[in-house]
Design a protein around this ligand. Structure first.
Ligand code: SF4
Ligand code: SF4
Length: 186
């Protein structure tokens, strides 16, 4: 049987720690993060394993996994960790790293939503639901699929219902200190 070669990047954990300003070494693998995570049923690597693999320098494995894109940023893991390891923030940093390094993202629709959301926040300082959905549908290719199979009607009907209930404004609202949000995201 052919053996898989494991690539190790010895500086990987320090790079992640540099981005997040967190100390991942504090993790002692108790798995409290994983045991509380509501999305583990769909993950290919559990949250505690992501932290372990980062510490072991297994950059390729971590940046290519589905887990970082399936994480819903609910922060349950971060709250449960007895050592104050911010797993949710680590997942975010890994997402950005994967995107910057041009890794093939296993969850392209989630990635399209992630980009649409962040670009909106960067532009206005807050989300504008109308543009977010437009941008997501276009960038994910879902618009053409939905037009072809007719399911676009469901989106239109959902949009109309949200509009009637005042949940879908026609114009975006701004915020004070938009520059600060840009700085935080940078
Ligand atoms: S809860 Fe914290 S210490 Fe325990 S495995 Fe998860 S990251 Fe490590
Ligand atoms: S932040 Fe992500 S990894 Fe942590 S519990 Fe929530 S979904 Fe799971």
């Amino acid at each position: 049987m052919a053996r898989e070669t494991i690539k190790v990047d010895p500086g990987f954990s320090k790079t992640v720690e540099g981005l997040t300003r967190l100390n991942l070494d504090a993790c002692f693998q108790c798995r409290k993060c994983t045991n509380g995570c509501p999305v583990t049923f769909a993950m290919d690597i559990y949250p505690d394993q992501v932290i372990r693999l980062v510490l072991l320098g297994q950059k390729d494995r971590v940046l290519k996994c589905s887990t970082i894109w399936l994480c819903s940023a609910c922060e349950t893991c971060t709250t449960r960790c007895p050592n104050e390891v911010d797993i949710a923030a680590t997942m975010d940093a890994l997402k950005e790293m994967a995107a910057r390094e041009g890794v093939q993202i296993p969850q392209p629709k989630t990635y399209a939503f992630h980009r649409a959301f962040l670009e909106d926040i960067k532009r206005r300082g807050r989300m504008f639901e109308g543009r977010l959905m437009q941008s997501y549908l276009l960038n994910s290719g879902e618009l053409f699929r939905k037009l072809a199979d007719g399911t676009i009607k469901e989106e239109i009907s959902l949009g109309l219902n949200m509009f009637k209930k005042g949940r879908l404004p026609l114009l975006p609202k701004g915020i004070k200190d938009k520059k600060e949000i840009g700085e935080i995201l940078r």
